[in-house]
Design a protein. Structure first.
Length: 84
């Protein structure tokens, strides 16, 4: 049996650098929305999948919020791993 995990990668198109990379991790992208200053990802932990986590990224500021708790974008993976 196989399962698909949609691990998001966010790339700054001007500098061609990865802002966030969840490939190879246990996070599954459920949805993504974009506004003028942020990108919001709804993620679920595989294989649980029951609870979704809102990750709001502010790429120009290098900041993020996970379920409303502030963090740096560079710390998102570690912060996600710490809350489960």
């Amino acid at each position: 049996m196989s399962h698909w995990i949609y691990a998001p990668v966010l790339i700054d198109t001007e500098s061609h650098t990865k802002v966030l990379d969840l490939i190879g991790n246990i996070w599954d992208l459920r949805s993504a929305t974009e506004s003028t200053d942020s990108i919001t990802l709804m993620l679920a932990r595989y294989p649980d999948g029951g609870k979704e986590y809102e990750v709001r990224l502010y790429p120009t500021k290098g900041e993020a919020c996970i379920n409303g708790k502030p963090t740096k974008i560079s710390s998102v993976v570690e912060s996600l791993d710490a809350i489960v």
